[in-house]
Ligand binder design. Structure first.
Ligand SMILES: *[C@@H]1O[C@H](CO)[C@@H](O)[C@H](O)[C@H]1NC(C)=O
Ligand SMILES: *[C@@H]1O[C@H](CO)[C@@H](O)[C@H](O)[C@H]1NC(C)=O
Length: 206
């Protein structure tokens, strides 16, 4: 009688142990080994000219992109179009099912010169094509100011922006600089420089 009860118990115990072991295995693996960048595209007035696509992930956690730098300007001979510049980078990643990724870390810096009454904004927005949620970080610099700024975008534990589970996703990284008000004769400038590496984080779906 006792043995009859013990056998199903042992079976359940074995199943529980196997599950724990599988979980431990997954935890040790922090990124899929076979993720790859299948496409990189650019759009925007600030994008690097003559960039030939073909970049890949240097490892599953580091995206290598061409560095770029661009500026927005206002002043006597500037059009209102010059008061704003952007470069949107689209990165298509292919990765195994059971995984999803996000950005964890990206850095920007630039110079800004804005007179009293003017504002310079440097901003980067991150989102996945087909998903309406986005995350953005910015520097908003009120004049008068003449100097440097730095921005370290850190997604952290509460990050809610994740790609779909498995297969393929298009990450959009749109960086812009702009000055306001536009159409002024006052001279102002704000630039942004992007770094070569963007760090990617991975997690298992579940
Ligand atoms: C604006 O453009 C005119 C004509 O091209 C030029 O003579 C003048 O020096 C320019 N002014 C500034 C501030 O660049
Ligand atoms: C910049 O970020 C702050 C804090 O998240 C936000 O309140 C503000 O609206 C942002 N400004 C712009 C221009 O996106």
């Amino acid at each position: 009688m006792r043995h009859q009860h013990l056998l199903p118990f042992l079976g359940t115990l074995a199943a529980a142990l196997a599950t724990d072991e599988q979980i431990a295995l997954q935890c040790r693996e922090s990124a899929p080994q076979n993720a790859e960048v299948t496409e990189i595209a650019f759009a925007g007035s600030g994008c690097p000219a003559g960039y030939a696509p073909g970049h890949t992930l240097s490892d599953p956690s580091t995206l290598i992109l061409p560095k770029s730098g661009f500026t927005a300007e206002t002043g006597k001979n500037k059009s209102y179009l010059d008061a704003r510049a952007n470069c949107q980078i689209l990165v298509k990643l292919k990765y195994p099912s059971g995984w999803q990724f996000s950005v964890s870390k990206a850095d920007y810096y630039g110079r800004v010169q804005v007179p009293e009454g003017m504002t310079g904004v440097s901003k980067t927005t991150y989102y996945f094509t087909g998903d309406s949620s986005d995350i953005s970080y910015n520097n908003t610099i009120e004049g008068p100011y003449d100097g440097s700024y730095f921005r370290n975008d850190r997604f952290g534990e509460k990050n809610s922006l994740w790609s779909p589970c498995g297969s393929e996703a298009m990450l959009n990284i749109n960086t812009e600089v702009r000055l306001s008000p536009i159409g002024t004769d006052q001279t102002a400038v704000i630039g942004v420089n992007t770094q070569e590496t963007v760090e990617i984080s991975w997690r298992t779906c579940g």
